[in-house]
Design a protein around this ligand. Sequence first.
Ligand code: CO
Length: 146
Amino acid sequence: MTNCDDKTFQLGAMNHVGVAVPDIEAAIAFYRDVMGAANITEPEILAPQGVKYAFVNLPTGQVELIEPYGDTSPILKFLDRNPKGGQHHMCFEVEDIHAAKDIMETRGMRVLGEPRIGAHGTPVVFLHPGDAGGVLIELMETHKAH
Ligand code: CO
């Protein structure tokens, strides 16, 4: 890995853990009825990313439940390997997604694609798990007050 010249970059808050599920309604029922999560959002579709998602809101952070949506959903492959679902990614906040992408590339990370709007309505990128200890990392631009 090369050195990065931007020493000011700091990883922000842990925002959520993404969990792939074969059946989002069943997963919501599990988090509500078994785990006791009181605040879970209604499922919504994010077609460009091929997911149906819901957030389990917790005092610190969220679990993002993601069910495949459409025939080309990247979650389908994951569920082929993990039919019951499983931990899929973790998401950290960054101040500026484009700066973070450049910095990560300078540091030798493979960034998967260009920043695109994620489930929180702010741009996100994913980092290749092969460069990140086997963990698919999502970087998400922090919500800014308008
Ligand atoms: Co996510």
